[in-house]
Design a binder for this molecule. Structure first.
Ligand SMILES: [Cu+2]
Length: 466
């Protein structure tokens, strides 16, 4: 659907049609949609790159967050209708310190759909988690109030209403949520203009050029990349080390990130914050919901050098870095970053099979059913398997986890998947094991596939920490 259509009924009907494999939908909306999107797809356009949008940073104390339709400049005055938080795509970057308290009033300014905001990665109790049973109707508001328990990390916020998450995220409701702490402070990492959030996603447009959601049961993939909501973006850089806080913000698309120069990323963190030590990588796969904390070194490059951030899977040029100024920096790479206390000695092993496109262990989501109960403050081993239709990025609410093993498929745990994660990519033929301990709050939380179309079709479970 497009930003201009009347939303709810159209999208649900289309979506449920797609979910059931409706040939009619595929033959009409699907192909028409693809053709329209392709015509508007971003082409390599030397000379017409737009300055990367950097969302404003705000402290979420007595903070008002409103989800509503708006008109967005995608770069160079190219306006597009979308659904946005506080008028921005992405929404404002929320910035907190561990130990702070966030007080946020969400107002639903959408025309005709319920919504609720989930703080992906944040350790909050049930009432503050944006569970779909807390969704509010248009015109209503919801007050959040939670202490910041997390380590320093890049988290993010997005809608989580039952069966509407994919649509609302694709329509552009998302933003970054950054936590700082004293461990991070001590590293003196690049900051100010040298620390840049990069919200990566794909999108589709309707025939009027407005952002549109064209759901497919196998996962929505749009023909055009956006970085921080900017088409064909560029970022002017100094000869310095930059810290990029990268979010996989697509509904379903996986990015294989690489630098066109062949230089390696220095990976210092992921979903749950800093790794124990820096690891280097020339290519990294980033699934929906995952985050990366990357240092990129532009020192020693002549002014005038251009370096491209690329997605090797789609063959996209995502973001062009232009070296414009020579500076002297004193930053030295720390050898160790943080201490990761390993979870050990799980008392229980639970197995979860991500089946088809809508089920976990044979069950579709039921908002009013608790699928399993987990003792508080107890280490468990959770084993994720699938018999197809992957990738399934598996996300757990209420705690971070530690990835132990991946067998079959890629058959490895990548070094940037160590430390603390809340989303892990499960590909076909893979079994992934994690250790998890819910030691923040008791209550009802969610585990689900973060391919949002799978989530909306029911690949999600309620569990209760008791
Ligand atoms: Cu899935």
């Amino acid at each position: 659907m497009s930003a201009t259509e009347s939303p709810r009924r159209v999208s649900r009907r289309k979506f449920l049609g797609a979910a059931a494999g409706s040939a009619a939908w595929i033959a009409t909306g699907g192909l028409t949609g693809l053709a329209a999107g392709t015509a508007l797809a971003a082409k390599p356009t030397a000379g017409t790159r737009n300055s990367l949008y950097i969302p404003p940073t705000v402290t979420p104390t007595n903070f008002g967050l409103t989800a509503k339709p708006g008109s967005i400049d995608l770069g160079g005055g190219r306006l597009s209708k979308a659904w946005v938080y506080n008028g921005g795509l992405p929404g404002p970057t929320l910035l907190v310190r561990r130990g702070d308290t966030a007080t946020i009033r969400l107002t639903n300014g959408l025309a005709s759909e319920p919504t609720i905001t989930h703080w992906h990665g944040m350790l909050v109790d049930h009432k503050n988690d944006g569970h779909p049973m807390e969704a509010i109707q248009p015109g209503a508001w919801y007050d959040y109030n939670f202490p910041i328990l997390n380590r320093a990390a890049l988290n993010w916020y997005h809608p989580h209403p039952h069966m509407l998450t994919g649509e609302q995220v694709a329509m552009s409701l998302a933003g970054a949520f950054i936590v700082r702490d004293s461990v991070e402070d001590a590293l003196n990492l690049p900051g100010g203009v040298y620390e840049v959030p990069l919200v990566l996603r794909d999108t589709a447009f309707d025939s009027a050029g407005n952002i549109a959601y064209k759901p497919r049961s196998g996962g929505f993939e749009g023909p055009t990349p956006l970085v921080n909501g900017t088409l064909n973006p560029k970022l002017d850089v100094d000869t310095a080390i930059y810290r990029f806080r990268v979010l996989g913000g697509s509904n379903a698309r996986i990015f294989r990130l690489a630098l066109g120069s062949g230089a390696k990323f220095k990976v210092i963190g992921n979903d749950g914050g800093l790794l124990a030590a820096t690891v280097e990588a020339a290519q990294i796969d980033l699934a929906p919901g995952e985050r990366l904390d990357l240092l990129v070194d532009f020192r020693g490059l002549p002014v005038g050098t251009k370096v491209m951030l690329r997605d090797l899977l789609a063959g996209w040029d995502l973001l062009e870095f232009n070296v414009i100024r020579q500076v002297t920096t004193t930053f030295t790479m720390p050898t160790t970053l943080s201490t990761i206390a390993a979870l050990t000695n799980p008392v229980t092993t639970r197995s979860f099979s991500f089946d088809g496109m809508s089920k976990i262990n044979g069950l579709e989501y039921d908002m009013n059913r608790i699928d399993f109960r987990v003792p508080f403050d107890t280490v468990e081993r959770w084993r994720f398997t699938t018999n197809g239709n992957a990738p399934h990025p598996v996300h757990i609410h209420g705690a971070s986890f530690q990835v132990q093993t991946r067998t079959g498929g890629r058959n490895t745990v990548f070094p940037w998947e160590r430390g603390w994660k809340d989303t892990v990519l499960l590909n076909d033929r893979e079994t992934v094991e994690v250790l998890v301990r819910f030691d923040a709050y008791k209550g009802v939380y969610l585990m689900h596939c973060h391919k949002l179309e799978h989530e909306d079709m029911g690949m999600m479970s309620n569990f209760e920490v008791y």
